[in-house]
Ligand binder design. Structure first.
Ligand code: CDP
Length: 229
């Protein structure tokens, strides 16, 4: 039997990390975790409590209620969805009010500590594909395969716009573009685990690749890696 490995996928906003990670996990029979969904879930929780908005951030209040943040993935219908307590929040976390504040919330150290711990527990047995911003650098620094995804900003905005439209979440192209630019800036410049391209990551610019071409390219890498570890 081939060795089961850990696959870490990091990269900029909306460059197809989750699409690739999900397809890869399905093909390999691995678990897939969208770590960004967890940060979005945390942002929604604190937004509802009134501790964060596009205008303010109450770090102290957030830290005090960290233990009440209960996020988990659960199958609903045929989909693996994010739940906050017993509520399926998988759609709401994609909406503009969450996208607009998530990067600000993700700068908070206490949140990162709690979510990283949960992510590490989920990946403790390997056979997992996780995507995010700090997976290869912080969550799984020993992952056997690390990918860093990138794509042309114009193409990324078009893909995200189409994705949101498909989910019935209306947002103008202009708003999508400015949200991606703003999040990339905050994510790359924050003090706590910023988005970086780690030395041992393989870079994939998927601007010109279809989903299946991208999957094929990565599967070849995975197979080589599984033979060599
Ligand atoms: O899907 P998209 O690439 O637009 O973003 P996401 O993966 O859903 O992540 C949403 C936000 O969560 C990011 O912009 C980061 O601010 C934060 N995040 C993070 O800080 N660390 C992670 N491992 C994953 C996401």
């Amino acid at each position: 039997m081939k060795k089961q490995i850990t696959i870490a996928i990091d990269g900029f906003s909306a460059c197809g990390k989750s699409t690739l990670a999900k397809a890869l996990a399905a093909k390999l029979g691995y678990s897939f975790i969208d770590s960004g969904a967890m940060y979005r879930g945390a942002a929604l929780f604190f937004y509802r409590l009134g501790y964060v908005s596009d205008k303010h951030l109450n770090e102290e209040a957030i830290q005090k209620s960290m233990q009440d943040l209960k996020l988990r993935f659960k199958i609903s219908g045929s989909k693996n969805c994010l739940f906050l307590g017993d509520e399926n929040i998988d759609n709401e976390i994609r909406e503009a009010h969450v996208a607009g504040i998530v990067s600000k919330v993700a700068t908070i150290k206490a949140i990162r500590i709690q979510l990283v711990k949960q992510q590490q527990e989920m990946g403790a047995n390997g056979a997992i594909v996780m995507d995010g911003r700090d997976i290869g650098s912080v969550v799984f620094p020993n992952a056997e395969l690390k990918l860093f995804l990138t794509a042309n900003p114009e193409i990324r905005a078009q893909r995200r716009f189409a994705e949101l439209q498909g989910k019935g979440i209306p947002q103008s192209m202009e708003d999508v573009k400015s949200n991606l630019t703003q999040r990339d800036h905050v994510d790359s410049t924050r003090e706590e685990s910023p988005l970086i391209q780690v030395e041992d990551a393989i870079v994939l610019d998927n601007s010109e690749l279809s989903k299946s071409e991208q999957l094929q390219w990565v599967l070849e890498l995975v197979n080589k890696r599984r033979e060599s570890v």
